[in-house]
Design a binder for this molecule. Sequence first.
Ligand SMILES: Cc1cc2nc3c(=O)[nH]c(=O)nc-3n(C[C@H](O)[C@H](O)[C@H](O)COP(=O)(O)OP(=O)(O)OC[C@H]3O[C@@H](n4cnc5c(N)ncnc54)[C@H](O)[C@@H]3O)c2cc1C
Length: 221
Amino acid sequence: MSQPVTLLMSEFVTHDVKRFLVSRPSGFSFEPGQGVELAINQSHWRDEGRPFTPTSLVDDGVLEFTIKCYPDHAGVTRLLHTLTPGAELLISEPFGTIHYQGPGVFIAGGAGITPFIAILREQARAGTLDQHTLIFTNKTPADIICEKELRHILGERCILTCTNAAVTGYEQRRIDQDYLMEKIDDFNQCFYLCGPPGFMESVSVALRNLGATPSSLVFEH
Ligand SMILES: Cc1cc2nc3c(=O)[nH]c(=O)nc-3n(C[C@H](O)[C@H](O)[C@H](O)COP(=O)(O)OP(=O)(O)OC[C@H]3O[C@@H](n4cnc5c(N)ncnc54)[C@H](O)[C@@H]3O)c2cc1C
């Protein structure tokens, strides 16, 4: 069952990602890391629901979404990026298998950071971010969502790599088995994974080769 929500504001957080604040339906609740389906409540689009992840705190009065646009493709994200305040969206019940299961290493690629923004913000608010590490890979520094906030809350435990740019302050590395072995001492903890399909496959194989058990890997499936 979908419910209508109103777009309150949107602004760019990177060159191709916007944050959207929308009204919160009464009684709506979610766990950090869960997704919802959002559709644009206009003819031809209201049946085109797509999954997105609330990045607001669980008890904020409004809902925040952090959404990357694919401008070459006439899809939902392109139209979402053109909407102005007052536009109506349809929101589904929350779903998903990414739930917080304790301290560990969060490994994200690109827009795959969104469920971890929700989880890490909640841990930051509770003052329980010790023993949480983020390894976040992007093409270039301009693509990094919420970089300042993530560096602020995690300090040295915010590890940023950029695969397509050699820039001071960012390691120019892919997240492969050698890299994970260098950065992680303990493979007996939770590993939270979110990113494009190829990234998910290669990182989960690398973690298992390094001794992580399948049950310690938390991802959307
Ligand atoms: C559980 C879950 C949560 C998610 N949360 C978020 C989130 O919080 N923020 C976020 O930004 N994304 C999130 N995503 C990804 C998001 O759902 C997709 O980016 C979105 O569905 C794309 O919708 P679209 O209509 O624009 O593209 P679609 O029409 O659905 O196209 C699907 C994919 O095709 C690719 N594509 C690009 N160009 C073309 C082209 N020219 N022709 C054909 N295909 C093309 C894109 O990679 C796109 O993702 C999430 C995904 C899942 C599964």
